[in-house]
Design a protein around this ligand. Structure first.
Ligand code: HEM
Length: 543
């Protein structure tokens, strides 16, 4: 006994031994503490060190839906050092997005996304707190607001340009998915920088190449995100690509900021773009546009840096481009798959608008079935199928522990197809929302119904919802009213591939290709711009 005590005393004189003993004590105390806390939510068995990392390919909306069938609406996975929680029922969604919203409103970020957002200098990746609140106010009241007329005009112009482009291809198979994605890229480019896509093709192509690289890097797998002591290992050379991508963005946007500062447009001008709007908060901008002019609360308190401007522009590009394009393409695809719904919508629009012009803004609120098509599309195909949140503190949900710093994935896709919440949950049936006809009349996606969350709910819900919805409704209405549509090569509606793929959003696995025939009262014009001298249609009403 004396011998043992002597050995222990000798060991403890060595600092390394002290460290070892202290670690053992901490682990034991943590275990004791955890013994008192509620258990973690159920989930598959986690291996030592790597946990469930071998299941990474199942962390998609469909993979997590399958896991939820086995483990329940709140399930736990261990990804290296990280706790990950998947939420797959409306009840649990309400708990994390409403009842405990404050604790669940941080945003997880990888090493790559932290670097690419200039250390969370944007809104989408900023943790909840005073900075994020101010950024959100800036976006909602200044940047995405209806008062920034140029953005809404860009949607109208680009939608009309799409209709004209499709009309020129009457009777041919057109890749509608690709055309729609180009349209939304043009809109966000114009909204951010004010330049019309067509007139500035080179610049826009350069920017799209930067976005593509950002997008790949955002999704790149890095072992250091899950096992921190392996952060030094950069086996795929991602760090070099990250530095190059950010340098390219710096060069591109710095030039645009300088040009905008030189022209000195007032941020409230009708044709001011988002960069003009943000320069009003950049201290180095011209005095007449400088911060602190006391116009409102935000102007006296918010100071932006160039990094903030770049990071917010990327939020707009990522938040507003693929989301709208994905939803429009799905709406058109579902109507091709369900031709009776296409005919019903065409009939509704024809009754209100007539056949001598296309739909405009003032028609949209008179088209209830159009709203039903949009809702049903967003229910079955939410552009962001998973919402990514992080817990700011230890929480308890449904009797289970959710530790601080957990990654929380709210499976909006699974929730929108929850059989307890929705009748014929997997069927596209827009009339379910039709006033006086369907069982889901009055159900909305503004955030109060936790079975229907395409724009999220609570603090982190989408600040661009009004713009996104407007774009979605106008483009779908104009395409539907402008043309009769057929599938190419004698394909039947039931042959249409309706699979999706998981990425930044959940777009169609195969692009939608369709054959248009103009259906408005038209006059022929010869398309002199076209080298093929084709004859195309333009509506007398001026689409
Ligand atoms: C149909 C179109 C759109 C859909 C379905 C959509 C959906 C969403 C969803 C689900 C979220 C995340 C909510 C959460 O994490 O809880 C979100 C966030 C966001 N959206 Fe949208 N969105 C759309 C259009 C837009 C547009 C047009 C813009 C910009 C002009 C935009 C900008 C953003 C931003 C910046 C965020 C991050 C907000 C934050 O973290 O505080 N979105 N959106």
């Amino acid at each position: 006994m004396v011998g043992l005590a002597k050995i222990a005393m000798e060991c403890l004189q060595d600092p390394l031994s002290w460290l070892f003993v202290a670690s053992v004590v901490i682990v034991l105390l943590q275990r004791r503490q955890r013994g008192k806390a509620p258990p973690l939510p159920p989930g598959p068995y986690a291996l030592p060190v790597v946990g469930n990392m071998l299941m990474m390919d199942q962390l998609t909306h469909r993979g997590l839906l399958e896991l939820a069938k086995r483990y329940g609406g709140l399930l736990h996975l261990r990804l290296g050092k990280l706790h990950a929680i998947a939420v797959s029922t409306p009840e649990y969604a309400q708990e994390v997005l409403q009842a405990q919203d404050g604790a669940f409103s941080n945003r997880p970020a990888t090493i790559a996304s932290t670097y690419l957002t200039y250390n969370r200098a944007d809104m989408a990746f900023a943790h909840r707190g005073p900075f994020w609140r101010q950024m959100r106010k800036l976006c909602v009241t200044k940047l995405f607001s209806r008062r920034r007329a140029g953005t809404w005009l860009a949607v109208r112009d680009e939608s009309a340009a799409l209709v004209r482009a499709v009309a020129r291809r009457s009777g041919e198979s057109v890749n509608l998915g690709e055309l729609i994605l180009n349209l939304t890229k043009n809109v966000t480019f114009r909204a951010a920088f004010g330049t019309a896509g067509d007139g500035d093709g080179g610049k826009q192509d350069e920017f799209i190449a930067i976005i593509k690289e950002f997008s790949q890097l955002f999704g790149a797998f890095s072992i250091g995100d899950f096992i921190p002591w392996l952060r030094w290992a950069d086996t795929q050379g991602i760090n070099v690509r990250l530095r190059a991508a950010r340098a390219a963005l710096d060069e591109f946007i710095d030039k645009i900021i300088d040009e905008h500062m030189k022209r000195g447009k007032h941020p409230d001008d009708v044709d001011a773009d988002m960069v003009d709007g943000m320069l009003a908060f950049l201290p180095e901008a011209k005095p007449k546009m400088a911060v602190g002019d006391g116009r409102d609360d935000l102007h006296t308190t918010l100071r932006l840096t160039r990094d903030n401007i770049k990071a917010i522009i990327m939020d707009v590009m990522f938040g507003g481009t693929e989301t709208v394009a994905t939803a429009v393409e799905w709406a058109m695809a579902e109507m091709m798959h369900n031709p009776n719904d296409l005919l019903r919508l065409q009939k509704e629009i024809t009754n209100i608008v007539g056949l001598d012009r296309n739909v405009d803004d003032s028609d949209l609120d008179k088209l209830p079935f159009l709203k039903c098509i949009v809702k049903e599309t967003l229910r079955l195909h939410p552009p962001f199928p998973l919402l990514h949140h992080e817990t700011a503190e230890d929480c308890v949900v449904g009797g289970y522990s959710v530790p601080q710093g957990s990654r929380v994935m709210i499976n909006v896709f699974a929730i929108g197809r929850d059989a307890k919440a929705w009748k014929d949950a997997d069927t596209f049936r827009p009339s379910r929302f039709m006033p006086g006809e369907g069982e889901a009349t009055g159900v909305d996606f503004k955030g109060g119904c936790f079975a229907f969350l395409p724009f999220g709910s609570g603090r982190r819900s989408c600040p661009g919802m009004a713009l996104g919805l407007y774009s979605l409704e106008l483009i779908v209405a104009q395409l539907t009213h402008g043309f009769s549509w057929a599938l190419p090569d004698g394909m039947k509606p039931s042959d249409l591939d309706m699979d999706d793929i998981f990425g930044f959003t959940a777009p169609r696995a195969t692009r939608l290709c369709v054959v248009p025939t103009p259906r408005l009262v038209c006059r022929f014009i010869t398309d002199l711009d076209s080298t093929r001298q084709t004859t195309s249609f333009v509506s007398v009403g001026g689409i």
